[in-house]
Design a protein around this ligand. Structure first.
Ligand SMILES: Cc1cc2nc3c(=O)[nH]c(=O)nc-3n(C[C@H](O)[C@H](O)[C@H](O)COP(=O)(O)OP(=O)(O)OC[C@H]3O[C@@H](n4cnc5c(N)ncnc54)[C@H](O)[C@@H]3O)c2cc1C
Length: 267
């Protein structure tokens, strides 16, 4: 296996240009699982750990190389919260935002956060930089709009960030677990609310009908919260697999979204 370790973005893009078949490696917490299971054995690897541009976190831009360990102590409450639920300290020390986007698992824990905030994914190629809304980047299970020769540079969050934001996750145990359902809720003081859920559809989704209902009330009543929960359960389209049944996920999505919203309402 040939490994290139570029020090900057142009070196990384050159690496991909020279070796179009190369596998990009960030923290390796997804890539190396595949190698260990013999799902793939890349001949060339472009390792991104030393690419400084990817480690940038400036204001509304978060670089693809930012690790969960950095997110944990960062200024964004829901991002910090979700980072604390990921894997183990070892996984959080090396696993990255870009890797979570690159893998595009329906259960990826950063994805509901990015969807709730309407983040853009910033991509770099030898032709320059392009920005895609999250829902134009994430196309399906393990499917993204990333083109050959392109790298995820990072994500750009909107200028206005809701103060009330919360993340929650249901899994088969407390830690070291892939989400059975995960959820991020963000809410503005005027009531405008956004709700995103993962592991309940081919890719992360927004519960638009539930958002609309609850955004109309500054202090949602119990009846509104009941209806919110029902709408979320209705809007998701989960499958049954080895982690949970379709019925359980649908029920859990409604309950989880309601509890996450209730936490937002009390902050
Ligand atoms: C024990 C364990 C526990 C885990 N727990 C969780 C969990 O709780 N929640 C969760 O969401 N995930 C979890 N994961 C999965 C994994 O840790 C995350 O998806 C992580 O974010 C991957 O980041 P990475 O830097 O290690 O990516 P890598 O494995 O290096 O790369 C993943 C994919 O992204 C691509 N890629 C990486 N960076 C870029 C870039 N800049 N541009 C283009 N493509 C890129 C790679 O080519 C590859 O296809 C776990 C994994 C393990 C092994």
């Amino acid at each position: 296996m040939r490994i290139t370790r570029p020090r900057d973005l142009s070196g990384a893009l050159d690496g991909l240009d020279t070796y179009p078949q190369a596998k990009v490696l960030a923290g390796g917490t997804d890539v190396m699982v595949g190698v260990n299971l013999d799902h793939h054995r890349p001949e060339v690897v472009v390792a991104l750990r030393r690419v400084e541009e990817l480690n940038t976190w400036e204001d509304r831009f978060i670089g693809a190389g930012v690790t969960y360990a950095r997110m944990e102590s960062g200024p964004l409450p829901a991002l910090a919260e979700l980072a604390r639920t990921v894997g183990s300290p070892q996984i959080r020390a090396v696993g990255t935002l870009g890797g979570n986007l690159g893998t595009a698992s329906p259960a990826g824990d950063t994805l509901p956060f990015l969807a709730a905030l309407d983040a853009e994914v910033v991509l770099a190629s030898p032709n320059g930089v392009r920005r895609l809304p999250w829902d134009e980047f994430l196309l399906g299970p393990k499917l993204t709009a990333l083109q050959p020769g392109e790298l995820i540079l990072g994500v750009r969050l909107p200028e206005h960030l809701p103060v009330q934001q919360a993340f929650a996750k249901v899994g088969i145990r407390q830690s070291m677990v892939i989400a059975t359902v995960n959820c991020c809720v963000v809410r503005d003081p005027d009531g405008a609310t956004r709700v995103a859920l993962g592991a309940v559809a081919p890719t992360v989704l927004r519960a638009h009908a539930a958002e609309q209902l609850v955004s109309a009330e500054r202090r949602p009543s119990e009846a509104t919260l009941d209806e919110f929960q029902r709408l979320v359960s209705q809007e998701v389209s989960p499958i049954s697999d080895h982690r949970a049944t379709e019925a359980y996920r649908r029920h859990a999505a409604g309950v989880l979204a309601r509890r996450t919203l209730e936490r937002c309402l009390t902050t």
